[in-house]
Design a protein around this ligand. Structure first.
Ligand SMILES: [Zn+2]
Length: 310
């Protein structure tokens, strides 16, 4: 008697398990864990920093280009874009002048979306996908985007749902919180979802003391004894004390380094690294490769292909 009850229970368990499995499979058909990194606005650090980070991990990323900014100060130029594309990066359109598309007339949106694509294509680049400036869109903008692009990305701070709207791809901004970024990766992996991160210029912020002289914007900085190198951006404040922002070009600055400006001769002591986006992004890629080797880092276009989206 006990044995037969046991068998019934087992049968019930098997049938309920198989019901759950069938249900899940139907919901997640075609789903897979993917990660995409997009750098918005065409900052020069896409080429000077991000390119090497991704290359060192045999990975790829995307550069979203506002064509009016091409070749201007601190922005990418046409030959850097061509090299990025040759490395496997995807070049995305990010409009011609970076407006809030919701505030424009239909014909103005049409101009922004069509001209940015043709300007990039006339440089010999392949451009299939769009990023909305300020992540802002609406039904009218989406309709016009669909005339010129395969997909378009907005914000949303969430992974992409299984049944995604390809003119409303969801994305997270990369924040100075490596633990939180890793949580997003963990969740996307376990739920087999497509995670899109976006970022802008890559920089770093340091708390400093004992400052002597004034650094000059754009000058090279050397860090001793760590041997790191960077480029000064601007001064700042942190916890009532002085800080500096800089572009981290080589090596990893360490607490107690002495920082010297190559042109100004100004010096200071590095008290603490507040954040270093170069190391943060590098850490995210290493985390994915170490923990989830089957979670592919892909371009937007490749992500759409892998998910079977037209
Ligand atoms: Zn932008």
């Amino acid at each position: 008697m006990d044995r037969s009850i046991f068998c019934v229970c087992i049968l019930f368990l098997i049938s309920s398990c198989s019901t759950v499995t069938v249900k899940d499979t139907s919901v997640i058909a075609g789903a897979r864990p993917l990660v995409t990194f997009v750098f918005d606005d065409g900052n020069e650090t896409d080429y000077t920093l991000a390119r090497d980070i991704f290359k060192s991990h045999a990975g790829v990323a995307c550069a979203a280009i506002t064509t009016n900014w091409l070749g201007t100060k601190n922005h990418l130029n046409a030959s850097q874009l061509a090299e990025l594309q040759k490395d496997g990066w995807e070049i995305l359109s990010h409009t011609e002048s970076h407006p809030n598309l919701r505030a424009l007339s239909g014909s103005e949106v049409e101009t922004e979306l069509s001209r940015s694509k043709s300007i990039l294509e006339n440089l010999g680049l392949t451009v299939k996908n769009l990023v909305y400036p300020y992540n802002k869109t609406n039904e009218t903008v989406k309709g016009i985007a669909a005339k010129y692009y395969r997909s378009a990305r907005e914000g949303g701070s969430m992974p992409n749902p299984y049944a995604l709207d390809r003119y409303e791809l969801k994305s997270y901004s990369i924040k100075h919180n490596p633990g939180k970024m890793k949580n997003y990766i963990d969740n996307a992996y376990s739920e087999k979802k497509w995670l899109i991160f976006y970022h802008h210029q890559i920089d770093a912020k340091l708390k400093i003391s004992d400052k002597n002289g004034n650094f000059i914007s754009g000058e090279d900085l050397s860090f001793r004894p760590s041997g790191a190198m960077g480029q000064y951006t601007a001064g700042g404040i942190v916890f009532m004390g002085p800080a500096i922002y800089f572009t981290p070009l080589r090596g990893i600055p360490q607490a107690d380094d002495t920082i010297t400006g190559r042109t100004s001769g100004a010096t200071c002591k590095l008290d603490r690294v507040i954040y270093n986006e170069k190391e943060d992004i590098n850490g995210m890629i290493e985390y994915i490769h170490k923990n989830y080797p089957d979670m592919q880092i892909v371009t937007i276009d490749k992500g759409l292909d892998l998910l079977g989206i037209p």
